[in-house]
Design a protein around this ligand. Sequence first.
Ligand code: CP
Ligand code: NVA
Length: 304
Amino acid sequence: MKHLLKLSDWSKEEILDTLNLADQLKYELKHGITHHHLAGQTLGMIFQKSSTRTRVSFETGMYQLGGQALFLSSRDLQIGRGEPVQDTARVLSRYLDGIMIRTFAQQEVEDLAKYGSIPIINGLTDYCHPCQILADLMTVREHKGSLEGLKLCYIGDGNNMANSYIVGALTVGMRVAIACPNDYRPDPFVLDFAKAYGDRFSISSNVLDMAAGADVVCTDVWASMGQEGEAAVRQKAFAGFQVNDDVMAAANPGAMVQHCLPAHREEEITAKVFEEHADEIFDEAENRLHAQKAVMVKLMAKNK
Ligand code: CP
Ligand code: NVA
């Protein structure tokens, strides 16, 4: 694998190998063992949208691996004034060893990879959020011991998170149930991808049906970055698509909760459920660091 553009480009083995390396890097960090796998390397981080976790975890991860990261806001880059991505890709490939990009269109990420000559990592697009799902799978495996056969239920918008949960969780052997309003279903390409998994995948607007017997319950905001203008309409459309006590009662006893954050309490998740599962949610946030370090080592280390 050369890039992380979307999870459907990666095999089950590639995902699991990366999670294994992430576990190892986490263990080593906690025991004071450092590895400068990326000594002397520079990661460019292009942000067309806001970020707390992605920015800080990539920057810190790169530092821990012996390299450095450059924060490149599209407000300051010429890309923000219309310089084509084809040219940006070829220029930045002459300076950098890898690029992490957070933007709107998936095509922009694909084009960076097509025209550039260094590894490209998708730090979130409107279509998917692969780094987040690697961190989530790592967290589920830490808490549950394995992934195979577990049921993951996602409740809410059929957005970038839903798309990536479907692809990532099905690929590693989980069952996936999506509860979303009929007008806010996941991407057609992803629904087509899921068809190949038969009854391991289900989708419905009935929240409690989808949550029944879930081992992991996930959700995300009702209005994503770029959809702020639709917030009022979405508040109405998503009423009832909330992770609350009823949902947790339908799920398996001991079910865990994942939220990529930022969270909107009393919208997609109640404050009560959020706080009851805060340890799992903040483990998930922490694991962005370890999972992304593993991604960078896999894609960028010269001797790997
Ligand atoms: N979950 C996530 O990607 O968070 P940020 O938007 O803060 O990077
Ligand atoms: N769906 C959200 C995820 C944020 C990490 C968004 O795109 O804004």
